[in-house]
Design a binder for this molecule. Structure first.
Ligand code: GLV
Length: 335
């Protein structure tokens, strides 16, 4: 009998094709994620779940799925999964590190440049028909990027990719991380700085940390007040890393000059969220990795990872090898 995999929502064709070669695929072909009840109902008798970051895979979900052997998430972030609980139950988790690094770094840069040069605001200005004077010495002034200082919070793969791009803008680059990466400092031309110094001295600050209890609200009132009044904050990691209320205050009261945000405390953002009223912020709907190429790669990596676990093989994108202490891969083998 083929193993059964539940795919929670519409994914790129390539992922489905790979899964379909080995598994019985229960495909929920919908743009939106399933409701909690739908999810709980669908997973009772499946060997694998293919999910995205929108589905909360907590204890209740994991316990409900009595046959579950592997969770594949089409994301690099895993804060929506109770990893500890899954691991304790010998359930393997595969995810998508590596393949989205450059795409997310591109997006962080797109937001940085857009916020610095007021691209979204200027675009609306032209479309609204407000552009009535051809050129004016004081129209829509933004801030230079070339030669300025960039502060990178979190020097994982994406943080490093952002740093590499900054070299082309001849920037001074600070980074902060819980582990100092001396091995990369020379190669990337970056300098370690404690968080406070990075915030005080940077013209641009870009966040690239995972969401953990330690990084939740890492940037709040106190941190925003440390930043330059001309600084721009970019976040493509997870919304709750920033205290959004504090950020709104900072943007309104001019503690910082602007922000570029791809992620929010609540997604989708509420239509009456005060951020939507502010002109000095550029907003995108959590699309950091959303290129054709990368989403195909993510779908493929997730599907291949699931299949490997079901074959009793170790996938390259395995998050929790410790699950083997409870259930070795050889015992998972259903293919
Ligand atoms: C996107 O946010 C991801 O975690 O892949």
């Amino acid at each position: 009998m083929k193993p059964k995999v539940y795919v929670t929502r519409r994914i790129p064709e390539t992922g489905l094709r790979i899964l379909g070669e080995y598994c019985e695929v229960v495909y929920r072909d919908e743009f939106a994620p399933p409701t909690r009840d739908e999810l709980l109902d669908a997973i009772e008798n499946v060997d694998a779940i293919y999910c995205t970051l929108s589905e909360v895979i907590d204890k209740e979900v994991i316990n409900r799925a009595g046959r579950l052997r592997v969770i594949g998430t089409m994301s690099v972030g895993v804060d929506h999964i109770d990893v500890e609980h899954a691991t304790r139950k010998g359930i393997y988790i595969v995810y998508t590190p590596g393949v989205l690094t450059e795409t997310v770094a591109d997006h962080a840069w797109a937001l940085l440049l857009a916020a610095a040069r007021r691209i979204a605001e200027a675009d609306s200005y032209v479309r609204r028909g407000d552009w009535r004077i051809a050129w004016a010495p004081t129209m829509m002034l933004g801030y230079d990027v070339y030669g300025k200082t960039l502060g990178i919070i979190g020097l994982g793969r994406i943080g490093q990719a952002v740093a590499r791009r900054a070299k082309g803008f001849d920037m001074k680059i600070f980074y902060y991380d819980i582990v100092r990466r001396r091995d990369l400092e020379e190669e990337l031309g970056i300098e370690y700085a404690p968080l406070e110094k990075l915030l005080m001295d940077s013209d641009y600050v870009s966040i690239h940390v995972p969401l953990t209890p330690e990084t939740r609200k890492l940037i709040g009132d106190r941190e925003l007040k440390l930043m330059k009044r001309t600084a721009i904050l970019v976040n493509t990691s997870r919304g709750p890393v920033i205290d959004q209320k504090a950020l709104v205050k900072a943007l309104k009261e001019g503690w910082i000059a602007g922000a570029g945000l791809d992620v929010f405390e609540k997604e989708p953002i509420d239509p009456d969220d005060p951020l939507l009223k502010l002109e000095n912020v550029v907003l995108t709907p959590h699309i950091g990795s959303a290129s054709h190429e990368t989403r195909n790669k993510m779908a493929e990596l997730t599907a291949v990872g699931i299949i490997k676990v079901l074959k009793g093989e170790k996938p390259e994108n395995l998050l929790n090898p410790e699950a083997a202490n409870i259930r070795p891969l050889s015992e998972v083998k259903v293919l």
